[in-house]
Design a binder for this molecule. Sequence first.
Ligand SMILES: [Zn+2]
Ligand SMILES: [Zn+2]
Length: 308
Amino acid sequence: MRRILEPGQIEAFAQRDIPRLRLPERTRVFSARAERLRGLGARGAIGESIGDYLHLIACIAEAQQRALTSSKARPPTPEQIAQARTFRMPLLQASSWAREDSWRRALAHLCDSVSALADVPASVRQACDRLLQMPREHLEARADALLGSRTEDIDVVTAPFIMAALQVHWVDLATTVAVEDVADLDVRGVCPLCGTSPVASIVRAEAPYHGLRYLHCALCSTEWHLVRVTCSHCMSTKGISYQSIEGAGESVRAECCDSCRTYRKIVYQEKDSLVEPVADDLASLQLDVLLGEAGYQRANGNPMLWQR
Ligand SMILES: [Zn+2]
Ligand SMILES: [Zn+2]
């Protein structure tokens, strides 16, 4: 008798042939996000205030791409690579990596770019001014709080800017390493490169990733493979269900887990080739409202939207 395998089992059997990691594309990681945010904002299905927010984050993403183009991080040393592999630790551990000053230059570029926009709200311009004048130690302390997820120390207005600058630095770093430099971690729920939680996951449509699901790092945009129909928070494969907004298409769904009662969104390239995890997560807040009402919690927030 022939055994019929479920898609998840087929993936598990083929595990050796699956590209386990997808490093960010330096030339377009933030510009693709900006384009997607603009596309989603223009759809009109979203309320006006979220449309304005998507516009702001799109402007930040464009500035991120420019900042990335002009920055050049020091790659990790062979000793650091060897040590991370030996101890199966994230090579560029966000909470302990010695950040270079270039992240603060990126921050200044982001703030200058947003301040220069004609239609920026006064509160946002004030936040940019505050950041531009903030002493170095304060900025570093704020970055530490964000990377250490110490939510009580986070200022929600300036946090998206600081996070955006840190993303530039970590994508810069991530594009200096090779896939072979990155160790597999025992923990599947955090980025193997920087140890940060994923913002959402993506089922890719293009070769060699066709039909495979990857978790997308909220900080460095590295993607790592996780078998489909698995909770990305507690790794349960039982009691997983998918929710979407009626009439909003099938390109964004929430993968809900009945074991831990959390969810993360999952976006599908085969339904819409332009999906981008950070952008699509941000633009589908309606789905978060629905799931909150159904008693599920977000596994973690969006890096560009901080709440207390
Ligand atoms: Zn990462
Ligand atoms: Zn779970």
